[in-house]
Write a protein that binds this ligand. Structure first.
Ligand code: ADP
Length: 177
């Protein structure tokens, strides 16, 4: 049984997953698990999508690569998908949203994204693709949606997620005693 939870921080590229995970890792001691980095380090990329200028992850390889660690708990999982992870590995799913497409557009163009990739991501955000994926894959009680447009949002979101993590640990410890 886990003594520290696994929290997925998901959302369209540019919504603020990395900035939230970095701050949360400092505040909570949970480990920032950037799936992009893990896939790169452990050879889980399958192919390169030329049009979208992005690497495609081989999900089976990725799950094999993390199955000994992730179920133990204590991870902040940073990835723009969530439905590949088994339900039993996941305690909370945070879907970050950026309803202002102007803000998201500026963040993504600052990264030098090409037009096709920009459009695909802006559309995904408008249609709430990640939110729907999270709601379909996990029980509704563990899926929360938080806005990430301004600096203050990062502060309040991290404070909220940190207190949730503390409460989870406490109730887990009480359950075991
Ligand atoms: P992701 O990991 O989801 O792709 P990042 O965390 O890399 O997104 O954020 C993309 C850019 O947007 C970064 O420059 C980050 O500092 C900025 N950013 C993200 N969320 C916010 C926010 N809530 N307020 C201000 N800037 C933000």
């Amino acid at each position: 049984m886990r003594t520290s939870p696994n929290v997925i921080i998901t959302g369209t590229p540019g919504v603020g997953k990395t900035i939230h995970c970095e701050q949360l890792a400092q505040e909570t001691g949970l480990r920032h698990f950037s799936i992009n980095q893990v896939a790169k380090d452990r050879g889980c990329f399958e192919s390169f999508d030329e049009e979208l200028q992005t690497w495609i992850v081989d999900e089976d390889k990725l799950l094999d690569a993390i199955e000994d660690e992730m179920p133990l708990g204590g991870y902040l999982i940073d990835w723009h998908a969530c439905d590949l992870f088994p339900k039993s590995w996941v305690d909370l799913v945070v879907v970050l949203r950026c309803p202002s497409t102007d803000i998201l557009y500026d963040r993504l163009s600052a990264r030098g994204y090409k037009e096709a990739k920009l459009e695909e991501n802006i559309d995904a955000e408008i249609f709430g693709v990640l939110m729907e994926e999270a709601q379909e894959a996990f029980d509704e009680e563990i899926v929360v949606m938080l806005n990430s447009e301004k600096d203050e949002d990062v502060e309040s979101n991290c404070a909220r997620i940190s207190s949730w993590i503390e409460a989870w640990k406490k109730s887990q410890a009480e359950g075991q005693s």
